[in-house]
Design a protein around this ligand. Structure first.
Ligand SMILES: *Cc1c(COP(=O)(O)O)cnc(C)c1O
Length: 354
């Protein structure tokens, strides 16, 4: 039965649908950039302990987690805002910056699929600038696209889904061109996988740029995607605004305890990163040798610029029990996982006959 509920915003019909990673029994899941390992034992113990207090509301202000993050990052706690994953922080950024009709959020395309969604939910207008010929952010073109309506710029480094990074020099030139009046968010969800010494590290630019917001997450290298914890580091005024627009209690007590335990056990968790770094090179080299176009990646995934072959390639991989993430008609994003899982993907890819 089709019902018509006239008070629902009609623009929601046009909202881009978020395509979740598919779960197929027995298949290898390389669609969501997760780490295939579970949380470490101390983190699991903290989760179990916190679960016993599940009858109580969590700490609304996430005081202990914020203090632990401040210590780990070497910044004042007033500069940190936590949220229900950094996707939620992206949405909070739109809510905190865009109000008037026509207020714009600027981002590169293709980039993180959540950016256009949170922009529209927030009632703002998306303005996109194409990636350059190397599938990198074209920050000069983005600076030129900043106008009087621009309230927020999202920069993703490494970029999801292409894996390319913004350099520190490029980011400094961009921030200088944009000036202090527009919030610039640097989404560093894959920061822990970056090895390029020229890549930007947002933390190092914060003191000079009060309009810069650095986004990080516990979902990737810290292996807590299901627990939903992300955070922003920003000027205190911006962090305060982000806390105001956050849905109350959106970081659960289990998530807060897990994130603190993950920071305490960071050495063990991050010890898994070097294998991903070497595997992303091995996987890319094999794909390039097989004739695929794959930009160098600084993240835990790689991008196959397959164009019109995108959907066929994803279906082919599924037949081989490997789930990848197609973004038709641009390309396919594939998570770099363990050697065994990566080999299964490479076997499927090499059997692809367009
Ligand atoms: C995975 C990812 C995030 C993190 O999302 P969470 O909500 O923290 O799980 C943020 N930004 C980008 C670009 C990502 O790929």
């Amino acid at each position: 039965m089709v019902t018509s509920v006239t008070t629902i915003r009609p623009d929601l019909d046009g909202l881009p649908a978020y395509v979740p990673g598919r779960a197929v029994p027995g298949a290898i899941k390389l669609a969501s950039n997760e780490v295939p390992l579970p949380p470490t034992a101390p983190v699991l113990a903290a989760i179990a302990e916190a679960a016993a207090g599940g009858n109580r509301y969590p700490d609304l202000a996430t005081v202990a987690l914020t203090a632990r993050l401040a210590q780990a990052l070497g910044v004042d706690a007033s500069r940190i805002a936590t949220g229900c994953g950094s996707v939620s922080i992206c949405q909070q950024l739109v809510q905190a910056t865009c109000l008037a009709p026509g207020d714009e959020v600027l981002f590169a395309w293709r980039s993180f699929e959540a950016y256009p969604i949170v922009t529209q939910i927030g009632g703002a207008t998306a303005r996109t600038v194409p990636l350059d010929g190397d599938l990198r952010h074209d920050l000069d073109a983005m600076a030129a696209a900043v106008g009087p309506q621009t309230r927020l710029v999202m920069v993703c480094s490494p970029n999801n889904p292409t894996g390319t990074v913004v350099t520190r020099a490029e980011m400094e030139r961009f921030l200088a061109a944009v000036g202090p009046d527009v919030i610039v968010a640097l989404d560093e969800a894959y920061h822990e996988y970056v090895t390029d010494p020229d890549a930007v590290d947002g933390l190092t630019l914060l003191d000079a740029h009060p309009n810069l917001v650095v986004l990080r997450t516990f979902s990737k290298a810290y292996r807590l995607a299901a627990l939903r914890v992300g955070y922003a580091i920003a000027a205190p005024e911006v962090a305060t605004a982000l806390r105001k627009v956050c849905a109350p209690f959106s970081v659960s007590s289990v998530a807060q305890a897990a994130a603190i335990a993950a920071l305490d056990d960071a050495d063990a968790l991050l010890a898994a990163c070097p294998e991903v770094v070497s595997e992303r090179v091995r996987v890319r080299d094999a794909l390039v040798a097989a004739g695929f176009r794959v930009p160098p990646s600084q993240a835990n995934f790689i991008w196959l610029a397959l164009g019109q072959l995108t959907a066929d390639f994803a279906a082919h991989c599924l037949e081989h029990k490997v789930i990848v993430r197609p973004f038709h008609p641009d390309g396919v994003r594939v998570t770099v996982s363990s050697v065994v899982e990566n080999d299964a993907f490479l076997a499927a890819a090499s059997a692809f006959a367009p």
